[in-house]
Design a protein around this ligand. Structure first.
Ligand SMILES: [Zn+2]
Length: 260
């Protein structure tokens, strides 16, 4: 009885300590960094910023980050990777992406041990691992509106695979809207494949996985154009991610400061 009570008090102090640490240290540190470096975060309304920061902290601490080929993964780099994961799952169940445990980062494009081809990134569900090249990540971040974003692309693959592998145990994406997406893709992919002017790059038409990953990149990076070109597909993605990125463009100049 006494031990249970002591255990309860210890847990209470632990969660209080974590909350204070978030309020006075981690939260403000991530906030100052992301407000300058991560446009999706800067545009979020104030009430969602705190939620986003908590998710970033969780993803920052949760994944086992592994450096390859002499890359030194700085804290800022880890924060950027954690932010992309948080962007995708901001409104999804908090089990999302927990199937994956490891994030490997190479400095440059690398030779995959699995496909024996040069890769910018890949997802390996067997090893519960997501792999990136920092070169590929930086390319995506430097051009934030071209519909190419390696971080979102690979995390979208991870989420889709998690939905397929773990869907019977826990829900990541609503099965109804995932099925809507597949129906849309099956009908539209052959038509779009012959359309050289298409809004999506050709790589999207390789298979369902790539179609989803490219759709996600465009959903977040070129939301307005995507909505105008393919309103039905855009609407399905709004349902899948439970967010509409075109709604986040309100000026944030009048937002009250988040931390004191
Ligand atoms: Zn891909």
């Amino acid at each position: 009885m006494v031990f249970e009570l002591l255990g309860g008090i210890a847990r209470l102090f632990n969660s209080l300590f974590r909350e204070l640490r978030f309020r006075f240290y981690d939260g403000p540190v991530f906030h100052r960094f992301l407000n300058h470096k991560y446009p999706y975060y800067s545009k979020l309304p104030r009430r969602l910023k705190l939620k986003f920061l908590r998710l970033v902290k969780d993803h920052y601490e949760y994944f086992d980050y592994i450096e390859r080929d002499n890359l030194k993964l700085k804290r800022a780099m880890k924060a950027i990777i954690a932010s992309a994961a948080s962007q995708l799952v901001l409104f999804l169940p908090n089990t999302s992406l927990t199937f994956f445990e490891r994030i490997i980062v190479y400095p440059d494009f690398y030779n995959s041990k699995i496909t024996h081809k040069v890769h910018k990134g890949e997802v390996n569900p067997g090893l519960r691992t997501i792999v990136f090249s920092w070169h590929g990540i930086a390319d995506g971040l430097n051009r934030p509106d071209d519909g190419l974003n390696l971080l979102l692309h690979e995390f979208a693959h991870a989420l889709w695979l998690e939905h397929k592998i773990m869907g019977h145990e826990y829900q990541v994406i609503s099965p109804k809207w995932a099925a809507e997406f597949e129906n849309y893709a099956i009908q539209e992919m052959p038509k779009l494949q012959n359309d050289s002017e298409h809004f999506f790059r050709r790589y999207a038409f390789e298979n369902m996985h790539e179609f989803f990953a490219v759709a996600v990149e465009n959903f977040f990076e070129r939301s307005e154009k995507f909505k105008a070109h393919q309103p039905e597909l855009y609407r399905i993605l709004v349902q899948i991610f439970k967010q509409d990125p075109t709604q986040f463009y309100a000026s944030n100049s009048k937002q009250k400061s988040l931390f004191r």
